[in-house]
Design a binder for this molecule. Structure first.
Ligand SMILES: NC(=O)C1=CN([C@@H]2O[C@H](COP(=O)(O)OP(=O)(O)OC[C@H]3O[C@@H](n4cnc5c(N)ncnc54)[C@H](O)[C@@H]3O)[C@@H](O)[C@H]2O)C=CC1
Ligand SMILES: O=C(O)CCC(=O)C(=O)O
Length: 370
């Protein structure tokens, strides 16, 4: 298995394998680019069918983090970690302590956080062994009071803001009352998103491979449960992928009817050429790393010490960023992913600019160590 010749290698700075015999840890950390700061990205735990599948995932995810942080104007580079193992049956304290040691061995070049299969509990175990962990503490909440360091509510809020922007652009509607949304995966982010959509009056359809999560959305939010394949075929306004990646492919595209695809999952397109097929079908695709930046913005503010109000305003910037992507794509006859990539690279090459919001102007790089 060659890393340097891998189709997803894309000039990664560092790819490291970690193994701990005692706990059974098998993990990979990938650092894609540290031009703007230390590489920050979540640690995913998944039952990968092979090491090759895990390598592909971590390479694609860490590259995405470089673009995500640059587009969101954060002083962060792109990196990600994967642990090979079942997130429902394979966790132990020793495993995450060993993972903490593995993260620490990179001396802060990579900072870890939660992702699919990990959450605050795992971050707290890793924090016993390394200080290069985000999302393990207590935070000030948007609406006052305090909350734990879990970034997924911020990710869900950013996706909600992004769906509003997509609905306004594609359907010409300023609210979400009665808008029909199909959510694939109602875990940490998908369930949070479902709650926000429900409060805004949207109608919900959900699916998940973990039955308890489906039942939670049905019983608490009145969502309609559908099968794993049925979710693509629904006659809805928005398809929101909030599970894992590569779910937009030639097979699912045949079934998909929604005029908008906007969700939290990283790497939604199985390959880049699908963006052009979506454009030709007039399906508005919200580029994944643009719409799901709420979590990385959240953990960045945790480390720089910004207030909850500044954090909320920064996340709300996802709306105007997406609107700019949609408008430029339409004007220039290009895909939304091509425009998002261009904007991210412009920001990467241009260095950090102050973040301007209605309430604040702040250079978020203060307080960061490199
Ligand atoms: N947690 C966060 O703050 C962020 C998460 N993301 C991305 O959003 C996605 C979801 O993340 P989380 O909610 O944290 O993960 P999670 O693991 O809590 O939720 C994912 C859910 O999707 C389900 N699932 C997996 N495969 C499925 C399939 N084929 N069909 C239907 N359901 C399936 C799982 O059973 C689980 O309930 C991931 O792609 C993650 O990388 C992106 C940015 C930040
Ligand atoms: O939200 C997080 O846990 C950190 C950021 C991240 O890993 C992501 O956006 O995929």
């Amino acid at each position: 298995m060659s890393v340097f010749n891998h189709v997803d290698f894309d000039q990664h700075e560092q790819v490291v394998y970690g193994h701990d015999k005692a706990s059974g840890l098998k993990a990979i950390i990938a650092i894609h680019d540290s031009t703007l700061g230390p590489a920050l990205g979540g640690c995913r735990m998944w039952n990968y069918a092979s090491d090759e599948e895990a390598l592909r995932d971590v390479l694609r995810l860490s590259r995405g983090m470089t673009y995500k942080s640059a587009l969101a104007r954060l002083p962060l580079g792109g990196g990600k970690a994967v642990i090979i193992g079942d997130p429902h049956t394979g966790k132990s304290e020793a495993l995450f302590q060993a993972m903490g040691d593995f993260v620490d061995s990179l001396g802060g070049r990579y900072i870890t956080a939660a992702d699919s299969g990990t959450g605050v509990a795992e971050m707290r175990i890793m924090a016993e062994r390394t200080r290069h962990v985000a999302g393990a503490g207590q935070r000030e909440a948007f609406g006052g009071g305090s909350r734990d360091g879990d970034p997924s509510p911020s990710t869900a809020y950013g996706v909600f803001i992004g769906i509003q922007a997509a609905v306004a652009h594609r359907l010409g509607r300023q609210d979400l009352k009665g808008v029909r949304v199909a959510i694939q995966g109602v875990g940490q982010v998908g369930f949070g998103l479902a709650k926000l959509l429900k409060e805004a009056g949207a109608q919900l359809w959900v699916t998940d491979i973990f039955e308890a999560n489906v039942q939670r959305a049905v019983s608490q939010l009145g969502a309609t449960a559908v099968g794993q394949h049925e979710i693509y075929r629904l006659d809805v306004d928005v398809f929101a992928p909030c599970a894992l990646g590569a779910i937009i492919n030639l097979q699912t595209l045949e079934a998909l009817r929604a005029p908008i695809i906007a969700g939290a999952a990283n790497n939604q397109l199985a390959d880049a050429s699908l963006a052009e097929l979506l454009r030709r079908r007039e399906c508005l695709y919200a580029p994944d790393y643009a719409i799901n930046a709420g979590g990385i913005i959240d953990v960045c503010y945790e480390r720089t010490g910004g207030s909850a109000a500044q954090l909320k305003a920064h996340i709300e910037g996802i709306g105007p960023t997406l609107t700019e992507i949609f408008q430029r794509a339409e004007r220039e006859g290009e895909t939304t992913t091509a425009i998002a990539d261009r904007m991210a690279l412009e920001r990467l090459r241009g260095g950090l600019q102050p973040v301007r919001t209605a309430t604040t102007t702040k250079v978020v790089s203060q307080g960061w160590q490199r």
